[in-house]
Design a protein around this ligand. Structure first.
Ligand code: ZN
Length: 197
């Protein structure tokens, strides 16, 4: 019982490190997911999602953490290691986790759209040659909150951008067929309007 309490406390402690990494990703306008790998009580890898920066579909936090951990340990197997990640791993990352022979995965928020450790599918129950212990829902609200805040801000920014574009059209462009305008736009010139990035 005491061991379980201690393990729960440790899980929350390490998940907070992963949450801090997720926030770093969000500040760089990446989908905020953070991951760390702990081997025998030592943090051997930290990473966050860098898909936009790398322009690469595989730059998920978990894969980047696994790559860093393999470099740190000098091999492709990651024995006695636990991966902490703020969002339930997708099928690609769950596959890599099993290939890397990780002992355990602890994730925060479940991912009902792509989660591969119980939400959409459970890669751990198919007859592969390795299984890992999985604990989900650790600080789930906090982990999920970072993601929903990020996507809400993105939607608000997109709405502001559209509103500004609409205002620019009203101020400088006007409708293409507005009667009595001396500088009518030809169709296809809308790309010259000010753009918000
Ligand atoms: Zn993934």
């Amino acid at each position: 019982m005491t061991d379980q309490i201690r393990q729960d406390e440790l899980d929350e402690l390490y998940m907070r490190r992963a949450i801090a990494l997720a926030k770093q990703a969000g500040e760089l306008d990446e989908v905020p997911v953070g991951a760390i790998i702990v081997c025998r009580g030592e943090v051997i890898a930290t990473a966050y999602n860098t898909r936009e920066r790398d322009k690469c579909a595989t730059s998920h936090a978990e894969l980047r953490a696994i790559e860093a951990a393999c470099s740190a340990l000098g091999g492709w197997r990651l024995p006695d290691s636990t991966l902490y990640v703020t969002l339930e791993p997708c099928a690609m990352c769950a596959g890599a986790i099993l290939h890397a022979r990780l002992d355990r995965v602890v994730f925060g928020a479940p991912d009902p759209k792509a989660g591969a450790f119980g939400s959409v599918l459970d890669l751990n129950v198919v007859p592969l040659n390795h299984k890992c212990a999985v604990s989900g829902g650790v600080l789930a609200e906090e982990c999920g909150g970072i993601l929903s805040d990020y996507f809400r801000q993105k939607r608000e920014m997109q709405k502001r951008k559209k509103d500004n574009e609409r205002k620019s059209i009203q101020l400088f462009g006007g409708p293409v067929d507005a009667p009595g305008r001396s500088h009518q736009r030809r169709s296809g010139q809308s790309s010259e309007l000010p753009r918000m990035r």
